[in-house]
Design a protein around this ligand. Sequence first.
Ligand code: ATP
Ligand code: MN
Ligand code: MN
Length: 377
Amino acid sequence: MKPSDFTPAVKMKSYACQRRTPLKHHNLFLTDALETLAQNAEFSENEGRSVAFRRSASVLKALPHVVRAMDELKDLPCLGEHSLRVIKEILEDGTSSEVESTRQSEQFQAMKALTGIFGVGVRTADRWFREGLRSPLDLIHTGQKLNHAQQAGVQYYKDLNTPVTKKEAVVISDIVEKTVKAVLPGAIITLTGGFRRGKEVGHDVDFLITHPEEGAEERLMPKIVNCLEDQGLLLYQKTTVNSYLESKDGPARPASNMDRFERCFSIFKLEVDSETHAEGSLSNSCSTHHSGSTWRAVRVDLVVSPYSQFAFATLGWTGSKLFERELRRWAGQEKAMSLSSHALYDSKQQRYLRANSEEEIFTHLGLEYIPPSERNA
Ligand code: ATP
Ligand code: MN
Ligand code: MN
């Protein structure tokens, strides 16, 4: 077949939230390259450039075929000059020199290693890089001052950079479900994040918790955390209480893209079968747990939402990050609405639009419903 036989009959929509993006797609060789450049732009805090590369990659993820020639791209949205140049080089030479030199650069590798530590953002990693540090071990050797999160991040570095499997996520779901229901009978626990989108591995496990009786969920997180701690299940936790009620700015206009739910960023101590563990422990360089133990560290995010905001919270915590970003951009630019993980505000009608399900939110936004498994933008 000629490449043109694959040309999609329907014009690709320009917002990622208007398209279906499956988890497995046909252009990983191109999207990996573009996402490397996006990540590199994030390392230099160039958000505009980073989003541009991520949008380009996302368009290619939504294509139903492998890209083989430049003319297949001519009707596609979001592909800027720079992305097209990179794609062209890969189609012609098999690799892009810019992408390869980025991947090999000392700065990129160090920033990847340092931002790969839980609790370390781009700013901190960049400062350490400029001080000559390159890896978590360098932090230990030079006796860097670390906060609690970063100490845990270094201590469990190896484990936390080992992908969490779906199987492990299911085990953790059981634990969280039992614990939350013991603390608050009738509570509803939903697995969100990448696993809800059908991913087979993740960097953490994300949960959203609510209760049908509005208000029953207030101050729930500390009780959950206590219960988990009593069972010896937490290696680290940082709980943030809900600041939504106290805050003065409108619910759909948070100061940043951080929402204001009661939440807990944690590291679970997960029992593993000794067979699986034997392999992993050999190279567990930074972790202090010795080879006789049978557990590993896993990042878990817990979020508590009032029932009235549950649909918005579910949509907001399911991702992908680009899909979320595009939903908000669509709401603002195309609908004069403001979407957050708490609410949807219609500026024309000057009122909040209620929703009891994700489907209703898509309807309010004038979008076709996209199921979680196709939000892998
Ligand atoms: P991974 O498998 O790497 O964990 P993921 O899609 O689950 O992939 P997360 O970083 O766990 O990625 O984020 C899950 C969802 O939660 C995303 O949609 C993201 O927008 C949302 N999210 C993450 N952190 C915050 C935050 N601080 N405030 C609001 N939403 C957040
Ligand atoms: Mn996640
Ligand atoms: Mn998360």
